[in-house]
Write a protein that binds this ligand. Structure first.
Ligand code: MGD
Ligand code: SF4
Length: 717
């Protein structure tokens, strides 16, 4: 490939939070090939199979080329003008009649930052509602709440470069081999070059990631808080702590109450390995070994986790408990020592956490509830601070509940497919049909666009310029390579056109994405989340913030000198008023549903290597579809025998909410422990959509739903 390429354009992969740099080959106005960018520090030229096959998502049969409006139950082609007038009219009507909180926006960690920034400004600043949330709520809200409660500021302190210096990896609730493949390759490289490197994988399902594990902790689903507390218990009992670090840099808290080290030790007394073994299904010796390996003073330790901890009703606490292990041992803020939450989407950090596009946030890690924060942002936005609501808007589940109850009259969905991806779909799909829903999509039909009243054709990746921020605080620019097909337009254009029709044109005078970015960048100055300028981003291969000096170096490790420009000496957790991170006493607490006589199995769900989320893009790629055609139910052979199901035979999965019919897979890529079934969620067939079965219970701190655990029965079909 690449012989007849007319030009190579620098971009970032469309899919996961790793954020691999790509070079896109263009010929005759089409993307003909993609290769890994050898100069990008994230992937150094590597790509996974999804990235390599990106050109095949561009010109598909289901690309949406014109705006559509549903008339008498049928979609008909309309002009942009007609669609935009209709949308603005519906917004105006709802706002006049029911107030600004009767409208909402549901966005995505796959939006470019400029789109999310404009949407945030339109809804929170101009319309005056905080009803703006998005799929990152389902993805990493617990990681946000975990970092903020422990360190006072969101996002990891380390970067991917820590992988090259760590000697022990503690991977819990992450299947990097399939969900973060290129980072997984870095991990394997590290281990291959240094046989002394040890990898602990803690997961109720033996995954492909476990292939390189020295130690596999296959605990009972939902018991990881007990495991993490028990590891802390061993670290303290065996005096593997770093007392100087603890004394200088941490505070112990139980709720709001301060504890002494001795009181914290007493709190952990319930979590001896012997007691915890029964709860977790592990042996006491396994727990001791894992704790000793993690705390070994001769090793640097890096923890990596993602949805297994985040998608839980105690996700925030689980995050706190991983941070505890690093704080107790002082294995933090030094190269190779870091608690690192992996991000799912390409710009969940850049476009949502940093832009502040969730219902409680404002740009640069500010919050709507803080009057000073509202005032600062109102000043930059040029709006009246009184117009900005102090009340957090609907989070994801509330938003779709409000659609179902009729409280939400108009909902604009951009770059996400909630008709397939939110949990407990039945009532929420009804809600999507009921409310006036606008869907901005690259393809049609999807499981969301089919329920819409208006569908707007979106320019896809590389058909527009923009910025993504990956999981290691790296902000990267994507250049426009080709023109969008038909009448497809960038989402940011549609947002601004609607803003103009609502009478807010003066707030959105931008002539380019760069102008949007430069306004957004003002929100970051002096926040210790200072972002780089657009012209610098265009030239470089991404930069990790904070960058207080526009021409200065990027920041590899936050909170520590000499890496962080805001710290003169030693370590300072400056997100917290006392500069100390919190070691939380958090008791073990299980999932919302545990198996019983009627629903005797645990269900867990997640990704496979070949597919991206709801499959709208990757199921369009013949090679990926062939490799992984339909969803399946991965069973433990012991369970399969009990219910009399053989490999490939159909099995019905039934929960209190719904059911799904899938083929049993007994010797798949992974193997759940007995009593558990695992199902991916990329399949677009209604009968196979697992989110009719999953539970919509959510973490009360982060509001992130518990996709990873619910109770089901399995019936041979
Ligand atoms: P995607 O398939 O990523 O799924 O769920 P979604 O965000 O709903 O949807 C992105 C959509 O954007 C696609 O339909 C794509 O065609 C469209 N698109 C692509 N590019 C553009 C563009 O430039 N503009 C516009 N307007 N549209 C575009 C993901 C969500 O799923 C997430 S993030 C998580 S972490 C959850 N995980 C999860 C799970 O683990 N288990 C189960 N059972 N469900 C889950 N659902 C959640
Ligand atoms: Fe794209 Fe993620 Fe694969 Fe890299 S690892 S090529 S970012 S999907």
């Amino acid at each position: 490939a690449g012989q007849d390429v007319e030009k190579w354009v620098k971009g970032v992969c469309r899919y996961c939070g790793v954020g691999c740099g790509v070079l896109v080959g263009v010929s005759k106005g089409k993307i003909t090939t993609v290769k890994g960018d050898p100069d990008n520090p994230v992937n150094k030229g590597r790509l996974c199979v999804k990235g390599i096959l990106l050109p095949k998502i561009m010109d598909t049969k289901d690309r949406l080329l014109h705006p559509l409006v549903k008339k008498n139950g049928q979609f008909v082609k309309v002009t942009w003008e007609e669609a935009l007038e209709l949308i603005a009219g519906k917004f105006r009507e709802a706002i006049d009649q029911y107030g600004p909180d009767s409208v909402g926006y549901y966005g995505s960690g796959q939006n470019i930052a400029e789109e999310a920034y404009v949407a945030n400004k339109l809804f929170k600043g101009a319309i005056g509602t905080n009803n703006i949330d998005g799929n990152p709520r389902t993805c990493m809200a617990s990681a946000v709440a975990g970092y903020v409660s422990t360190f006072g500021k969101d996002e990891p302190m380390g970067t991917y470069a820590d992988i090259e210096q760590a000697d022990v990896f503690f991977i819990i609730g992450a299947n990097m081999a399939e969900a973060h493949p290129v980072l997984y390759s870095s991990l394997v490289d590290r281990k291959n070059a240094n046989p002394n490197v040890k990898i602990i994988v803690a997961d109720p399902r033996r995954t492909r990631t476990a292939d390189v594990a020295d130690m596999l902790l296959q605990f009972i689903p939902g018991t990881d808080l007990a495991l993490l507390n028990s590891m802390a218990n061993v670290i303290i009992e065996e005096e593997l702590t770093d007392r100087t670090f603890i004394d200088n840099h941490t505070t112990f808290l139980q709720g709001e109450k301060k504890l002494t080290f001795a009181e914290f030790k007493t709190f952990l007394a319930d979590y001896t390995p012997d007691r915890t073994a029964g709860v977790t299904g592990l042996s006491a010796e396994q727990i001791r070994e894992a704790a000793r390996l993690f705390a070994d003073r001769n090793r640097n330790a890096m923890s990596l986790w993602t949805m297994g901890l985040n998608q839980r009703i105690r996700g925030t606490w689980a995050n706190n408990l991983v941070h505890n292990l690093h704080l107790l041992t002082g294995k933090i803020c030094r190269p190779g020592n870091t608690p690192f939450s992996l991000t799912g989407q390409p710009s969940a950090c850049g476009s949502i956490r940093e832009v502040g596009a969730l219902s409680h946030l404002l740009p640069a890690h500010r919050v709507v509830a803080n009057p000073k924060h509202r005032e600062e942002i109102a000043g930059i936005w040029g709006v009246d601070p009184q117009k900005m609501s102090p009340k957090p808007g609907y989070h994801t589940i509330e938003m779709f509940r409000a659609a179902a109850s009729g409280a939400l009259k108009v909902l604009w969905v951009v770059c996400t497919n909630p008709g397939q991806s939110i949990p407990n779909l039945t009532p929420y799909r009804e809600g999507m049909e009921k409310t006036f829903m606008i869907v901005s999509e690259a393809y049609h039909p999807t499981r969301t666009s089919e329920l819409a009243d208006v569908v707007l054709p979106a320019a896809l990746w590389m058909e527009k310029e923009g910025v993504y921020g990956n999981g290691e605080r790296r902000t990267q620019h994507i250049a426009k390579a080709i023109e969008p097909p038909g009448e497809a337009r960038p989402d940011v254009w549609a947002l601004i056109e609607v803003a103009k029709r609502l009478g807010f044109g003066n707030l959105f005078p931008y002539r380019s994405n760069e102008e949007i970015w430069e306004e957004y960048r003002k929100c970051t100055v002096g926040t210790k989340m200072d972002l780089p300028a657009y012209d610098r981003l265009r030239k470089e291969h991404g930069l990790t913030w904070p960058l207080p000096d526009p021409g200065g170096p990027e920041t590899s490790i936050r909170y520590a000198a000499p890496y962080d420009p805001f710290v003169k000496e030693g370590i300072q957790f400056y997100g917290r008023p006392d500069g100390r991170a919190v070691i939380f006493a958090r008791p073990h607490s299980g999932p919302q549903e545990i198996p019983d006589d009627e629903y005797p199995f645990y269900l867990s769900t997640g990704r496979v290597l070949e597919h991206w989320h709801t499959g709208t893009m990757t199921m369009n790629v013949p090679e990926l579809k062939r490799a992984m055609p339909e969803m399946y139910a991965e069973l433990n052979p012991e369970d399969a025998e009990k219910i009399g199901v053989k490999d490939g035979e159909p099995v019905k999965i039934i929960s209190r909410r719904g059911e799904c019919m899938l083929k049993a897979k007994l010797n798949g890529r992974g193997q759940p422990r007995p009593g558990m079934v695992y199902v991916p969620f990329h399949d677009t067939e209604i009968a196979r959509m697992i989110n009719f079965v999953t539970i919509d219970a959510f973490d009360d701190a982060s509001k992130q739903p518990e996709y990873k655990i619910c109770a089901v029965k399995l019936v041979k079909a």
